[in-house]
Design a protein around this ligand. Structure first.
Ligand SMILES: *Cc1c(COP(=O)(O)O)cnc(C)c1O
Length: 403
């Protein structure tokens, strides 16, 4: 097993064609977003907490961005708290609700396929006396609302189930889970980082009390995100200090980042439907042709309850990392497992949870498509990938025996 960080293909020719197929890891900022941010990185540098016009201009810009971000999920802008990104939003939601509702109970329900930003704060809380139920998923990666209902106890204070999984793209039945949470009087948080600005979200229809989003997954800047907190939810602040963000998250605001997030949200709403439909066509073509062209491959995740741009497959008898490096040499950026775990040798916790044997899970590939991708990119990938797989399999004694 080679570690990506230790090898890398820095010798990749500078002018070669590069195709980016890792939009679930991060997205490039749109030029409209950069343009919207620039004044706040230059002359409009005021602190939003100050009374003179410099500060008030910045404050106005933040308020405008808050409106736009709220619109994406049909929330009230007063229910949006800007954070440093998806990880902080997940940590804030889960630990904030846990600490504020300790007197009511100490039980949390989540799933075994959450992002580490959810799983690892849950593990921390377990060491501090909370109890956490990690629900299993079926072989498509779906959480069963029935399982959620059965897991509810008298002392359950929070349910946290992601809207869509970042690795296999499965879209969870959050509306049904939200209904259960509401009936039982339990707070419901969803990690919406992969869906925000990509598929329709309505916090009221989904019965969500808390929702996490991150700007850099929708063509906005890195280091900024938000947490939706429904009015009336009992939660402790994430940072203590000044009165920013309704005293829930002190510190001088990341004005330019927030403005960029707002711009990205505004553009995402406008283009969501058309872009979603376009990506679904590209996605389904890529899935179909990979499965046809390369033997011993399987699709991970659900065929239709799936993020528009997500393709995740297992290629048997090949290691994911080797394929990633070979694709990189050919100018293609893809991922094996999730970016956050790609320096770790263990196979992805998500693939194991859907029942993929560890040896097969090692050969996983994730392509996540985005705005700049076209059928031409898919053509090129479909030309390169089968040859890469064939070359690597030629070195696999196991494959040679089976063939
Ligand atoms: C990317 C991601 C996160 C983390 O967001 P950051 O802004 O990078 O901290 C959390 N959850 C999911 C599902 C993600 O895809």
């Amino acid at each position: 097993m080679v570690l990506l960080g230790a090898v890398g293909n820095l010798q990749v020719r500078e002018n070669m064609k590069r195709i980016y197929l890792d939009h679930a890891a991060t997205t490039p900022m749109r030029h409209e977003v950069v343009e919207a941010m620039l004044p706040f990185l230059r002359e409009r540098f005021g602190n939003p907490s100050t009374l003179y016009s410099y500060g008030q201009e910045a404050k106005k810009a933040i308020d405008g961005a808050r409106e736009k971000v709220a619109q994406v999920m049909n929330a009230n802008s007063s229910e949006i708290v800007f954070t440093s990104g998806g990880t902080e939003s997940d940590n804030f939601a889960i630990s904030g609700v846990a600490w504020a509702n300790q007197k009511r109970g100490n039980h949390i329900i989540t799933s075994s396929i959450e992002h580490h930003a959810v799983l690892n704060i849950c593990k921390f809380l377990e060491r501090r006396g909370f109890e956490v139920t990690y629900l299993p998923v079926d072989n498509h990666g779906l959480v069963s609302p029935d399982d959620v209902k059965k897991a509810v106890r008298k002392d359950t204070i929070l349910i946290s189930i992601m809207h869509a999984n970042n690795e296999i793209g499965t879209i969870e039945p959050v509306e049904e889970i939200g209904k259960i949470a509401k009936e039982e009087g339990i707070y419901f948080h969803t990690d919406s980082v992969q869906t925000f600005g990509h598929i329709p979200i309505d916090v009221n229809m989904l019965n969500v009390d808390l929702l996490s989003a991150s700007a850099h997954k929708l063509y906005g800047p890195k280091g900024v995100g938000c947490l939706y907190i429904r009015k009336g939810v009992k939660i402790v602040p994430f940072l203590y200090g000044g009165a920013q963000e309704n005293k829930r998250r002190a510190s001088t605001e990341n004005v330019a980042g927030i403005v960029g997030f707002g711009k990205a949200a505004e553009l995402a709403i406008k283009e969501m439907e058309e872009e979603g439909n376009r990506l679904i066509l590209l996605r389904d073509r890529l899935i179909k042709e990979i499965l046809e062209k390369i033997s011993f491959t399987r699709l991970n995740g659900h065929t239709t309850k799936r993020l528009p741009g997500n393709v995740n497959i297992c290629v048997e008898f090949v290691e994911g990392e080797s394929m990633i490096l070979q694709l990189d040499i050919n100018g293609i950026c893809a991922s094996s497992g999730s970016a956050c775990t790609s320096n770790v040798i263990e196979p992805s916790h998500v693939l194991l949870a859907i029942g993929i044997p560890p040896a097969v899970a090692q050969g996983s590939l994730r392509f996540t498509l985005g705005r700049d991708n076209t059928n031409k990119d898919i053509d090129y990938l479909l030309e390169i990938l089968p040859a890469v797989v064939e070359r690597l399999r030629a070195m696999s004694p196991l494959y040679q025996r089976i063939k």
